[in-house]
Design a protein around this ligand. Sequence first.
Ligand SMILES: C[S@@+](CC[C@H](N)C(=O)[O-])C[C@H]1O[C@@H](n2cnc3c(N)ncnc32)[C@H](O)[C@@H]1O
Length: 225
Amino acid sequence: MPFNIVGVGPGDSELITVKAARLIGEADVIITPVKKEGSKESTALNIVKTYIKNMELVDYFYFPMVANFAEDSSIKELFKSHGDTINNYLIEGKKVVFITLGDPSVYSTFSYVAPYIDNIEYTPGITSFLNGAALGKIPLCIGEESLCIINMTDSEENLRAAFKLHKNIVVMKVSSNQKLLKTILEEENRSGIFMSNIGMENETVSSDITVLDKKLPYFTIGIIK
Ligand SMILES: C[S@@+](CC[C@H](N)C(=O)[O-])C[C@H]1O[C@@H](n2cnc3c(N)ncnc32)[C@H](O)[C@@H]1O
């Protein structure tokens, strides 16, 4: 079995694929990302706990929260060492699964470790914004419409250009720059729906733009129609 990176969906344990649950159940090692060194707190792990037969199979990989991974050489070293650990597990013949929130192709920190591993299988997951569309009971796009996904850590110039071009916008990492998002929405006379902690205990949904005035959780998206 090659190394598997598995999307575990946005929060609800029932919103993971049958394949993801099987791979997690069969794994010899389940790697989960943690934000603090030495911590065992992991949102991805909380989602899949019910599918893990033995919690001793879990290995916790530290992924610091920094703005620009590409420019930090010590972080590159850390990611390379994560790659080495995974390669060593594979040499030992172990079945290794790395769990990631939502889908692995959407802003997953794992993408920085991927270049250090030879043989990777990707198992898709339900993204936060697909669950958000279901929660808001809104189509993300219909007919000839396009859908744009933006990230509030992007430059103001790029973000403004996206709003000029697109009718349907998914806003990721809203909490990174709420002030700018509110300014652009007001200037462009656009409205949106803001959703935090989707599928988790403290889920909130609001279409009131003033929610952007107070600090929202890291797990917040916006859907702009
Ligand atoms: C590093 S990205 C991970 C995205 C993830 N791979 C996906 O497919 O949705 C983290 C961002 O995703 C969004 N996000 C992820 N899970 C979420 C959830 N349960 N509720 C709201 N937003 C979420 C937030 O915008 C957060 O800042």
